[in-house]
Write a protein that binds this ligand. Structure first.
Ligand SMILES: Nc1ncnc2c1ncn2[C@@H]1O[C@H](COP(=O)(O)OP(=O)(O)OP(=O)(O)O)[C@@H](O)[C@H]1O
Length: 399
């Protein structure tokens, strides 16, 4: 066979990385009000005062992380240019599936010199970790901003959020000041905190709303200019990405995914310009990717239970009660070589969780005295999308 890569050229993309998730935009567009509010909330850091605690809320892809990183960089630059201001350290941590102990350990290890031993993974208590953290902070001195992304996923969050803001007034810190910046998709997060914590935190709250089509178009145009070579996309393709993402989620991530996938498709087909056609085709692929990622985030048993409901849905057996789902789930688990959960209660817990996350819908039925109240479940998404996602996830996991 001839060289399969012979003659391949890169004619569409100037710099594809500009459309990818880990690209940090140097300008933030369409978020002036949020940036102003953020600036006011952070200004104490410049004046040597205790920093405010700040919580950022908003749905996925609306710029919470991008704006936070942008603000932290700008603040760091400003602090570094002012001799009279205390040193600033910004520490980022994603709290997904982590504990207060793990979070503190990550911060301690980031701050410790290479010559110092790492803080142990286990064997000590959260209290020990807090003590070591305070010692490390006080040794350095200065202002520490702790950015806790996905803070609603942090186990034992109350203990941490109660302790950190009081560290200075309790005499645990003398030379250091702490501010907590929490980021969350869950607007109800605050309600879940204990009254004691709410009273101590006194946080400033910033809310990021979904983008509309015009805002998304501005963001996309700016990126497309850098990502593609001249004339490699139509304005109409950009507007279409913006319109589709605005109508669905208002997420800049979704809009960027559509544009990037549209570019991939055009490149695969050797087309020189990204057009509406590519974006229409990209939509199915992006949608599939999103479903797959959402399913991948679930535990193995939750995935099997979801697949069981999808099987029942595709054979027209829904709405269906949890007992019938359980027997289908047992067959699905056997198919994948997994031991199923044995209690109906556990299956029902997973069903409630899947309903809450939007995978399933449920209706309460009541058979009166004879049967009492019970739930019936249906799939809230396309069954084929679940099957494809499950097969793709299984293929990824094969050695
Ligand atoms: N205003 C903006 N200007 C430029 N790029 C943006 C803007 N808002 C979002 N983006 C880009 O969109 C993508 C998603 O944004 P980001 O990660 O900040 O969202 P998020 O709200 O933190 O979402 P999640 O809750 O899922 O983490 C990133 O690639 C980011 O660079």
């Amino acid at each position: 066979m001839n060289d399969p890569f012979e003659g391949m050229t890169n004619q569409l993309f100037e710099d594809k990385h500009v459309l990818e998730e880990d690209y940090a935009p140097e300008t933030i567009l369409e978020r002036e009000d949020e940036i102003n509010a953020y600036r006011n909330a952070l200004k104490d850091v410049l004046f040597g005062r205790n920093p405010s605690n700040i919580f950022i809320y908003g749905k996925t892809g609306v710029g919470k992380t991008a704006v936070t990183r942008y603000m932290m960089k700008a603040l760091q630059k400003q602090v570094d240019s002012r001799d009279e201001t205390d040193d600033l350290y910004v520490l980022f941590h994603n709290c997904n599936n982590d504990s207060a102990y793990g979070t503190l350990r990550a911060f301690i290890n980031t701050l410790r010199d290479d010559s110092e031993p790492n803080f142990p993974k286990k064997g000590l208590s959260t209290g020990d970790a807090l003590e070591a953290f305070y010692t490390t902070l006080d040794e350095r001195g200065g202002t520490f901003l702790l950015v806790l992304d996905e803070i609603d996923h942090l186990a034992k969050v109350n203990s941490l959020l109660y302790e950190l803001p009081r560290a200075r007034s309790n005499g645990n810190l003398t030379h250091a000041r702490i501010g907590v910046i929490g980021i969350s998709n869950n607007y109800r997060f605050r309600d879940s905190l204990s009254p004691k914590v709410k009273g101590t935190l006194m946080e400033k709250e910033l809310s990021f709303s979904p983008y509309d089509a015009n805002e998304l178009r501005t963001i996309l145009m700016h990126r497309a200019e850098k990502a593609f070579v001249d004339d490699a996309y139509t304005q109409s393709a950009i507007s279409l990405c913006a319109a589709k993402a605005a109508q669905d989620t208002g997420s800049a991530r979704q809009a960027l995914d559509l544009l990037s996938t549209g570019g991939d498709l055009a490149e695969d087909r050797n087309d020189e310009v990204v057009t509406d056609d590519h974006i229409h085709s990209a939509e199915t692929r992006v949608q599939r990717g999103r479903v797959r990622n959402k399913i991948r985030d679930q535990t193995p048993h939750a995935q099997l239970i979801l697949e069981a409901v999808a099987r029942l849905e595709s054979s027209d057996e829904t709405p269906v009660r949890s007992k019938s789902i359980q027997s289908t789930y047992e067959r699905v688990a056997a198919h994948w070589g997994t031991d199923p959960l044995s209690s109906l209660r556990s299956v029902q817990d997973h069903l409630s969780e899947l309903e809450m996350l939007g995978f399933l819908s449920r209706t309460e039925r009541n058979d009166g005295r004879a049967g009492g109240a019970y739930y019936e479940y249906e799939l809230a998404m396309d069954a084929d999308a679940v099957f494809t996602a499950r097969e793709e996830i299984a293929a990824e996991q094969e050695p």
